[in-house]
Design a protein around this ligand. Structure first.
Ligand code: AMP
Length: 286
């Protein structure tokens, strides 16, 4: 595996990979890699000849007072994991390479970037969309893989790729979880043992709400119960637990089309997000 930190050297390395029209998959990450990232790598290897991974803690997607400074950085360990996973090229720019002095342009993610996570983290999805657009232009991948763990991010990227005609197929990979259900996240490292134990309430509350709604229960009541369960487990604040259209994230009251249950809540100052798919019940034909 080749590691490149200088944008000037990226083109030649990619040209060598592309020889003979070999396909390239891109897996963008912020590093501190875990089994969730590795699932993206494995799927990328199945779908393309070569895998390019990026590791970049993108300052533009962190708001003031968020965890940019303390976000875990482990480039050496990440490089070893990527090499082992069969990654061909690690693109690891620093902030100066990504945002040279005078950098001013950006991608407006549109309305999808302003709701849920976007409402709580103003500018977050503009930062995400801009850096992913840059990565797409830098690497020109045939496909790019994103985790359903960050479901709204996945939809924002899909919308951007479609709207701006990026010639890249966006592939979604299901969320990888710990045995107790907690979604893997680089931010789980912030949790104390007690917080980690309590955090299992997040997937449990979502699963319980999903079961209630799927079996015909009233969505409002199921969501309120999930919020109460999170609060009882020590989450504070519980930012949202919502049932939303799987394609637009518009709020839903009844399960009459493919939906997603999405939640965001903080425990001991660590903000966690999670989501689950929910399919409408099949109508029985007579
Ligand atoms: P991050 O490094 O957190 O920016 O994540 C990089 C990519 O990995 C994103 O597409 C995430 O959605 C994805 N990802 C993070 N955690 C998981 C997980 N537990 N399961 C699947 N994909 C994940």
């Amino acid at each position: 595996m080749q590691m490149i930190e200088d944008v000037g050297k990226l083109g030649a390395a990619l040209a060598a990979l592309r020889a003979g029209a070999a396909s390239i998959a891109l897996v963008p990450t912020m590093g501190a890699l875990h089994a969730g990232h590795m699932a993206l790598l494995a799927e990328a290897r199945r779908r393309a000849r070569h895998v390019v991974a990026s590791v970049f803690v993108n300052p533009a997607q962190f708001g003031p007072g968020e965890d940019l400074e303390r976000y875990p950085r482990r480039l050496k360990e990440d490089a070893a994991l990527l090499e082992e996973a069969g990654c061909a090229l690690l693109w690891a720019p620093d902030a100066g390479a990504m945002y040279p002095s005078g950098f001013a342009a950006g991608v407006d993610p549109g309305p999808l970037g302003g709701i849920l996570e976007g409402a709580r983290r103003p500018g977050h999805f503009a930062g995400v969309a801009t850096v992913v657009a840059k990565l797409f232009n830098q690497v020109s991948p045939d496909i790019a893989l994103f985790g359903e763990k960050d479901y709204q991010q996945l939809l924002v990227i899909r919308r951007m790729a479609r709207d701006l005609d990026f010639p890249v197929e966006i592939v979604a990979v299901p969320t990888v979880r710990e045995p107790d259900g907690l979604a893997l996240s680089s931010r789980n490292a912030y949790l104390s043992p007690a917080e980690r134990e309590a955090a299992r309430a997040l997937p449990e509350a979502l699963q319980e709400a999903a079961r209630a709604i799927a079996s015909g229960g009233e969505a409002g009541a199921a969501l309120a119960k999930a919020r109460a369960r999170l609060a009882a487990a020590g989450f504070d604040p519980v930012d949202y637990v919502v049932l939303a259209d799987a394609g637009t994230l518009a709020g839903m009251r009844r399960l009459d089309r493919p939906a997603r249950l999405l939640a965001a809540a903080s425990i001991g100052g660590t903000r966690l997000i999670d989501n689950l798919p929910l399919a409408p019940p099949k109508v029985k034909r007579r």
